[in-house]
Design a protein around this ligand. Structure first.
Ligand SMILES: Cc1cc2nc3c(=O)[nH]c(=O)nc-3n(C[C@H](O)[C@H](O)[C@H](O)COP(=O)(O)O)c2cc1C
Length: 174
């Protein structure tokens, strides 16, 4: 619960590289996630190339990401997962694995921020990702810096610190 309560989307990072040992631990957490028929449809691209990070951050929504030293991009081969009730489970599989990764990073004192606001075609081009692979999410990983305007904005506009009450989300027996 400490790790879960500590995790917050971090949008300001120190210019300090993440140690390889920590990166390996974080990726190991992602590797151990459960998945549809244990098919493990995920693939991760670890991006430390500054130029590529700059390109990934191009655009209005997530331009704050350009100053980070590490970005991890979560991808999937949808054919390796399943489909039921009109739901493509590769999204579920990758989301579980990615959240393992995020919580492991938090546990190591590192900041992350789920990023869904990207142009998949551009990301695929920048990272040379094959056509059949889907880009599901990405996150910067790094040492959190002092709070900046983006975090204040997140608090005010997205109301990031709020959550629904339990009674608004839990239903018993019906
Ligand atoms: C699927 C997904 C996509 C998201 N995409 C973005 C994004 O593109 N940019 C961003 O700054 N935050 C993004 N977020 C972060 C959310 O805004 C954030 O998790 C939410 O406001 C709750 O705040 P917290 O993570 O600090 O608890 C995304 C989160 C999720 C789960």
């Amino acid at each position: 619960m400490d790790v879960i309560r500590t995790r917050k989307s971090t949008r300001n990072y120190k210019d300090k590289e993440v140690e390889e040992e920590k990166i390996n631990l974080i990726l190991e957490a992602a590797r151990l996630a459960p998945s549809w028929a244990n098919k493990q449809c995920w693939n991760y691209v670890v991006v430390s190339d500054k130029e590529k990070i700059q390109k990934l951050a191009a655009g209005i929504i997530n331009s704050w990401m350009k100053n980070t030293t590490l970005v991890i991009v979560a991808c999937a081969d949808p054919k390796k997962s399943g489909s039921k009730n009109g739901m493509d489970y590769y999204l579920v599989d990758v989301a579980i694995s990615m959240e393992h990764l995020v919580l492991a990073a938090t546990n190591l004192g590192l900041g992350t921020c789920w990023i869904g606001g990207f142009d998949e075609t551009k990301v695929k081009k920048i990272l040379n990702i094959p056509e059949k692979i889907k880009v599901v999410a990405m996150t910067p990983i790094g040492y959190p810096s002092d709070e900046g305007i983006r975090n204040k904005l997140a608090r005010k506009v997205i109301r990031a610190d709020t959550r629904k009450a339990l009674e608004d989300m839990v239903h018993f027996n019906k």
